[in-house]
Design a protein. Structure first.
Length: 441
C-alpha cells in the first residue's frame, strides 16, 4: 500500500472508515481495513499513514463553472467601477489586446496552486474564442497539459461576444474567419466542450439560432455542451427552453448544461412549472454561480431587490442535477475570491435559503458529487477502484464543513499528499478560560 487513511467520517455519514490506496487507486474501503492490512503485512515501511481522527474525508471539490483566462487580472487595465456584468464584458474587451500567453499561463498556474491548497482538483473553465489569435485558447491548453498530474482542467469554447454577433475582422481586418470558425478551430485544437451565450446575441431570434448552431456542432463532434444561458434579470430571456429542445432533438441528453439561468429567478411561476419538466425530460443540468449571481443580478432594481440566483431548490426537487460554480476570482467581474468552493456553497446555501439539514448536505454535494457528474469525471469518489483523490477537512460532517469553511488538512491526488495545512486554532490568554478555541461544535 502507498497510502492508508484511518478513522475517517464520510459525507454519507459512515464513520470509522479506513481507505487504502495502491498505484493511484483505492483498493480497500471500509471499517477494519487497517487491522486487516496489518495482519496481512500489506503495509510497507514507507506506506504513508494518515489518522483522520473522525474528521470528514471527501472526494475533492469540483468547480463546474470558471473563467481561468481572466482570473487574477484584477485592475488590468482598470477596475470595474460599476460592478456590472456589461462593464465587466467591456473591460475584458479592453484587456484582450494586451494579453500575452506568458502572463495568461502564469496567472492560471498561480490560481491552480490556490485550488490545490483548497482541495479543488477539477475545474471546468470557459475560454474566450472571440479573438482571431485564439491566444487564451493556446494558453489554457498549455496550462491543462502542465497541471494534468494534479488537477483535471476541462475547457469550454466560449464565444464571449456572441457566436453570431462578434465580427473577427473588427479586431483584425485581414481575418476571414467568422466567430463560429474560431470556435471550431478551438475545438480542433483540443478544447473539450461547446459553449455559447445566446442572451448576448443581438436579438432573441439570433440567440435561439446560436443555440441550434452550437448544439448541432456538439452533436456532430460527440461533445458536451455548456452554455451561459439567460444571465439576465429579464424574465422573457428563455433560451434554456430552446437549449432543452435542441438537446432532445439532437439526442444530447445527459451531455448538456445551462449555466447561470438567472432569468428564472424573475420568471412567472406558471411558466417555470412548464420549464422544469422540460429540462428534466431533456436531461439538461444546471450550474448556479452564487457569489457572482448575487453580486451582478438585480443591479437595475431599487427596492425590493431580486436575489438573482436561479431556482436551485425547485430544480433539485424536480430531479434536475444542480451544481455550484465559482465563476470568477479577482477579474473584471469580481474582485474577491480564493478558490474556496466551501465559500461558494455557503453563499448558495444562504441565497437559496437551503438551511434544512438535508438541503445543506445538497449544497455540499453541489461542489463535489454533482459537478463531478456534470463534467463526466471518471473514477471520482471514495469507492474501491476510484482514483485515490480526497480532501481531509477539519470538520466532522458536511454541515460543519460549510459552517466553518473548514480547513483542508490533507489534499490527496492519486494516493499522494500534494498539500497539507496545520489545524486552525486560536490560542487564548484569558483568566479562567481554556488555552485554545476549537470552533467545531
Amino acid at each position: 500500500m502507498d497510502l492508508l487513511i484511518t478513522g475517517a467520517t464520510l459525507s454519507d455519514g459512515r464513520k470509522d472508515i479506513d481507505l487504502a490506496a495502491r498505484d493511484g487507486h483505492w483498493v480497500a474501503v471500509g471499517q477494519g481495513v487497517a487491522a486487516r492490512l496489518q495482519a496481512e503485512r500489506a503495509l510497507r515501511p514507507d506506506t504513508q499513514i494518515i489518522d483522520a481522527a473522525g474528521q470528514l474525508l471527501s472526494p475533492p471539490f469540483v468547480d463546474a463553472h470558471f473563467h481561468m483566462d481572466a482570473t487574477l487580472s484584477l485592475g488590468l487595465p482598470r477596475l470595474n467601477e460599476s460592478g456590472t456584468l456589461l462593464e465587466g464584458i467591456a473591460l475584458w474587451g479592453e484587456l484582450k489586446p494586451h494579453l500575452t500567453q506568458e502572463a495568461l499561463i502564469e496567472r492560471a498556474l498561480r490560481y491552480c496552486d490556490w485550488a490545490v491548497g483548497k482541495g479543488l482538483l477539477a475545474i471546468r473553465s470557459h475560454v474566450d474564442t472571440c479573438d482571431p489569435r485564439l491566444l487564451a485558447v493556446e494558453a489554457l491548453l498549455e496550462v491543462k497539459r502542465r497541471v494534468a498530474p494534479y488537477l483535471d482542467l476541462q475547457l469550454v469554447a466560449f464565444p464571449q461576444d456572441g457566436v453570431l454577433r462578434y465580427q473577427p475582422a473588427r479586431d483584425r481586418p485581414d481575418c476571414r474567419d467568422t466567430a463560429f470558425d474560431l470556435l471550431k478551430k478551438a475545438l480542433d485544437m483540443g478544447v473539450d466542450v461547446v459553449g455559447g451565450i445566446p442572451h448576448f446575441e443581438r436579438t432573441m431570434a439570433d440567440g435561439a439560432a446560436s443555440v441550434r448552431l452550437l448544439c448541432e456542432e456538439a452533436a456532430r463532434r460527440g461533445l458536451r455542451v455548456d452554455m451561459h444561458c439567460d444571465e439576465t434579470d429579464d424574465p422573457m430571456s428563455r433560451h434554456i427552453e430552446t437549449l432543452a429542445f435542441e438537446t432532445q432533438r439532437l439526442g444530447l441528453q445527459g451531455r448538456v448544461n445551462g449555466s447561470h439561468l438567472t432569468s428564472m429567478h424573475s420568471m412567472d411561476n406558471y411558466y417555470v412549472s412548464k420549464l422544469l419538466p422540460l429540462m428534466l425530460e431533456a436531461g439538461v443540468s444546471a450550474v448556479a454561480n452564487p457569489l457572482i449571481n448575487i453580486t451582478i443580478q438585480g443591479r437595475h432594481d431599487s427596492y425590493p431587490k431580486r436575489r438573482g440566483m436561479t431556482r436551485v431548490p425547485e430544480m433539485l426537487a424536480q430531479g434536475i442535477p444542480v451544481a455550484f460554480g465559482h465563476d470568477c476570482v479577482m477579474d473584471p467581474w469580481y474582485s474577491l475570491g480564493s478558490a474556496d468552493m466551501l465559500e461558494v456553497a455557503q453563499m448558495g446555501l444562504h441565497v437559496a435559503q437551503m438551511t434544512g439539514q438535508q438541503a445543506m448536505r445538497q449544497c455540499f454535494a453541489a461542489v463535489t458529487e454533482q459537478p463531478a457528474r456534470i463534467l463526466g469525471l471518471q473514477g471520482y469518489g471514495l469507492k474501491v477502484g476510484d482514483r485515490a483523490d480526497a480532501v481531509l477537512l477539519q470538520a466532522r460532517d458536511p454541515v460543519e464543513a460549510l459552517r466553518l469553511r473548514a480547513n483542508r488538512l490533507q489534499v490527496v491526488r492519486a494516493g499522494r499528499v500534494i498539500s497539507h495545512s496545520a489545524p486552525a486554532q486560536a490560542c487564548l490568554q484569558l483568566p479562567g478560560r481554556p488555552a485554545s478555541v476549537d470552533w467545531r461544535a
